[in-house]
Design a protein around this ligand. Structure first.
Ligand code: EPU
Length: 415
């Protein structure tokens, strides 16, 4: 039936190990294209999006093999630099192969990603940035055709600190001639992870984690072995589960320095968070209370955390105002939460959440990865049974979500 079946859980306990970050792993896999030979990535989550990225690389003639959470990517001297619609339409992050392909092979064909459940998501900043480095693009038959001689370093000022555009530019600029400066760059931890990999591969990237990233182009890069950072959004999922159900858990490997704003918000709600050498310990001893939430680029509150906060706030005391500043259409799951008894009024970029005592189990639909996982968490705080349909969205970003929640004492099945 392709659903999660979720029963009410009173209190959670124990520990859960946070896996590798989806949004880092996908870009690191794309970055492997920059060097001929075998790049080995550790801590790569076994999720559908990684499978799609593997299929995309294999469609180009790259060898990809998984051994547990280790992925080996064998890039030959010549490949077929094409990202077909069948794969790009399943995963927008496919666009991150564009920069490496143009930089290393001077040619790329990538299907134009369509809209998705967040509404329209343009890639204009990726393209204008790469054009500043000397790439030329034409658009026909639903594809972007990119061409370039040797890329040349340039100054690029991003209109918005786009994560994907910053990454594509960092990768392309690494194999260019001269210096590139990216201003108003995204500052997410995944950007720093990519910078660390690129530097290990022989690139000269500095300033990752700040708004100004400088890249000194190099002629050649080499394959390396690298470990993906832990997934801060997976950690947020379990934090919201504790907020909704109560109890205490150790989130093993979670990196508090990547989640400062979320930790602050959770503490404002009344959660107790302790930093442990092994990760983060989160505990709920009291009724949580409403807080105001506004998403912003890092180090602001990540848009990916928002569904988990909304679910926790929906069963907290009082009123919360939630504002989405990154993706205009990212409130669709609210209709599903309302079907589960939440009192939420959404208008444009804003939602007003009035806390209720408990969700009411219902059949609901996952619209995207994070919204789907948030509905599973809501189900854990709902009387009766909740069925979250279109579970394939959740599988795109979570390895064994049901198993991990069950190990903490929840009753969740992937049916
Ligand atoms: N934007 C443009 N033009 C562009 C690029 C972006 O207008 O050329 C706009 C977007 O439409 C959006 C804003 O800029 O309004 C930010 O988009 P960004 O490029 O930063 O996002 P992204 O790279 O497409 C990544 C994550 C998302 C996460 C966002 C924001 C991956 C694969 N995806 O997307 O994660 O929400 O950054 O932090 O890294 C998820 O994991 O489920 C997910 C959606």
């Amino acid at each position: 039936m392709n659903k999660f079946v979720v029963y009410q859980s009173d209190s959670l306990s124990g520990e859960v190990t946070i896996g590798g970050a989806k949004n880092s792993a996908l870009k690191l896999m794309a970055a492997a294209l920059l060097a001929e030979g075998v790049t080995i990535l550790h801590n790569v989550p076994d999720i559908t999006d990684v499978t799609i990225m593997s299929e995309l690389l294999m469609a180009m003639g790259v060898g990809v093999a998984r051994f547990g959470n280790r992925v080996e990517i064998d890039v030959p001297a010549e490949i077929n630099p094409e990202a077909p619609y069948e794969l790009v339409s399943r995963m927008r992050a496919s666009i991150s192969v564009l920069g490496p392909l143009i930089a290393r092979f001077g040619i790329a064909t990538v299907a134009i990603p369509g809209g998705d459940d967040f509404g329209s998501r343009p890639i204009d900043m990726h393209l204008t940035g790469l054009e500043r480095l000397g790439a030329k693009f034409s658009y026909e038959h639903g594809n972007i055709y990119g061409k370039a001689g040797k890329l040349r370093g340039a100054e690029v000022l991003l209109e918005f600190p786009s994560v994907g555009a910053t990454e594509n530019l960092m990768m392309a600029a690494s194999l260019s001639v001269g210096n590139t400066v990216i201003d108003n760059a995204a500052r997410e931890p995944e950007i720093s992870d990519l910078s660390d990999l690129l530097n290990l591969m022989g690139a000269k990237v500095s300033g990752a984690g700040t708004s100004r990233i400088t890249i000194e182009g190099v002629e050649q890069m080499v394959p390396v072995e690298f470990t993906v950072i832990p997934d801060r959004v997976e950690a947020a999922t379990f934090m919201s589960a504790i907020a909704v159900c109560g109890g205490k858990a150790l989130l093993r490997n979670a990196r508090p320095e990547h989640m400062r704003m979320l930790i602050r918000k959770m503490e404002e709600m009344g959660m107790e968070i302790t930093l442990d050498p092994a990760g983060i310990v989160i505990e709920r001893n009291t009724t949580t209370k409403g807080v105001h939430v506004s998403t912003l680029p890092y180090p602001g509150l990540a848009t990916d955390y928002k569904p988990f906060l909304v679910v926790a706030l929906a069963v907290s005391e009082g009123l919360s105002m939630v504002t989405e500043n990154i993706f205009a259409g990212r409130f669709r799951y609210i209709d599903e939460l309302v079907r589960m008894g939440a009192d939420i009024r959404a208008e444009g970029r804003h939602a007003v959440v009035t806390g209720v005592s408990c969700f009411s189990g219902a059949k609901v639909r996952a619209h995207d990865i994070r919204a789907g996982a948030a509905l599973v968490v809501a189900g854990m705080g709902a009387d009766g049974v909740t069925e979250v349909y279109e579970a394939e969205h959740i599988d795109r970003g979570y390895e064994n979500l049901a198993g991990k929640l069950t190990a903490m004492g929840a009753q969740v099945e992937r049916a």
